[in-house]
Design a protein around this ligand. Structure first.
Ligand SMILES: Nc1ncnc2c1ncn2[C@@H]1O[C@H](COP(=O)(O)OP(=O)(O)O)[C@@H](O)[C@H]1O
Ligand SMILES: [Mg+2]
Length: 287
């Protein structure tokens, strides 16, 4: 029933307008999902798209804190029946709209089927006006998370080069693939020290996914470790706003451009030209 609803929603959204719902997740917390979601959303906005950022990491309220905003309503209000999803949406001064997970609510992992059905049912009317809806999903995987993911058009799995992060990321990919979630599965490697490191880490998770799950992952790209990220967090301003020329900003903007138009940057990702380009970029980075 929930599956039907999610699929129905996806088809409906595709039919009415090409709203793309993008779910950002990871195996464990602390890999940079909230920072990525916020700044990826802002990059899409900068490219001219209308974007809603949906903080599904309920119980944390991370997006609000990191953006230095305070929303009037949260998902808790929607679940309690106080307001509709549409009414709960807030405009931010950065040009993207926000739906806050808020604090003091159970985690998504703990939401019951009724809550989820209720939310999913409201999505179609609320989302059609957007080009992209980005879900900051929080960490961990469960049946309830999965029912949300089924409503998404694309999955982004964030991992870092730490072996434990790779394991956790692979575990969530495995869970989703075992549950026949179609994807596409995009992988972003965060907190990297070089583009080569990003490629190597992607290569590892890709290899085990192909070997043991017979599945397909696609490399969206990597984000360097950048002290600007923590500095911006301290100031409660998104790093791409505070440091428009920072290296993390440039990387996220490149990922957004590549996500929107995969063919235009495909040469960056594979083949001979890609390696040349990577070497070139890496050299430039070291300068
Ligand atoms: N590219 C990066 N460079 C440096 N620090 C980062 C980067 N991405 C995330 N961080 C830091 O990692 C921590 C976790 O980030 P956050 O976005 O809250 O993760 P999550 O939402 O996955 O739990 C924060 O302290 C953040 O400042
Ligand atoms: Mg978070």
């Amino acid at each position: 029933m929930m599956k039907d609803q999610a699929e129905h929603l996806r088809l409906k959204m595709q039919g009415i307008k090409k709203t793309k719902a993008l779910a950002v997740l990871s195996g464990k917390g602390g890999v940079g999902k909230s920072h990525f979601s916020i700044n990826f959303a802002l990059s899409l906005h900068k490219l001219g798209y209308k974007v809603l950022l949906f903080d599904m990491d309920v119980g944390m309220g991370n997006v609000e804190i990191l953006m230095g905003i305070s929303t009037q309503y949260t998902i808790a209000d929607v679940l309690h029946g106080n307001v509709s999803v549409q009414e709960a949406v807030s405009k931010s001064s950065y040009g993207i709209d926000i739906l806050s997970g808020g604090t003091g609510l159970n985690t998504l992992v703990e939401m019951d089927e009724g809550d989820i059905t209720h939310l999913l049912a409201q999505f179609d009317v609320s989302f059609v006006q957007y080009d992209y809806v980005i879900f900051d999903m929080g960490a961990g995987m469960s049946k309830s998370v999965l029912s949300f993911l089924k409503a998404a058009d694309e999955i982004v799995v964030l991992i870092t080069p730490e072996p434990t992060s790779l394991m956790d990321g692979y575990a969530s990919v495995k869970f989703m693939m075992m549950e026949s979630l179609e994807g596409p599965y995009n992988v972003v490697i965060n907190k990297t020290s070089s583009s080569r490191e990003g490629e190597i880490v992607f290569g590892r998770i890709n290899k085990v996914t192909e070997k043991f799950l017979n599945g397909q992952l696609s490399y969206l790209g990597r984000i360097p470790t950048d002290s600007a990220v923590t500095k911006a967090a301290m100031k409660q301003v998104p790093f791409s706003i505070l440091y428009p020329n920072g290296k993390a900003t440039k990387a996220v903007e490149e990922l957004a451009a590549s996500f929107v138009n995969p063919s235009s940057t495909k040469f960056l990702k594979d083949g001979f030209l890609a390696r040349l380009k990577h070497q070139f970029l890496e050299k430039r980075e070291r300068l």
